[in-house]
Design a protein around this ligand. Sequence first.
Ligand code: HEM
Length: 88
Amino acid sequence: PHPHLLRVPPSQLRLHNKRTSAWSALGGKVYNITPYLPFHPGGERELMKAAGRDGTKLFMEIHPWVNWDTMLGECLIGMAVDEGAVGA
Ligand code: HEM
């Protein structure tokens, strides 16, 4: 994996469920969506439903045509890993 990417287990992801620090896992990658919140066409409230957790299902239910990887490239901070996998 890329040396600058974090390995993020669910317990760490869950801590970032606030508007001041919102992370979300999409397709196995973890993004800091905080700076994107004001720009989301569907609004902050909707986007916050994915904060602190895996938002892939919600995302795909609503707009599967949107390419999150391109849009959030600058916001990529890590890879989602299973609990206990950090340092393994
Ligand atoms: C609309 C991006 C997550 C709910 C949109 C649109 C984009 C976008 C580009 C406009 C789509 C279009 O007009 O074709 C993103 C990105 C996300 C994300 C990059 C990843 C973090 C979510 C989540 C939800 C959500 C998790 C719901 C829980 C909506 C809704 C709209 C929308 C309801 C429709 C707004 C409208 O047309 O009135 N989003 N979205 N989005 N998004 Fe998201």
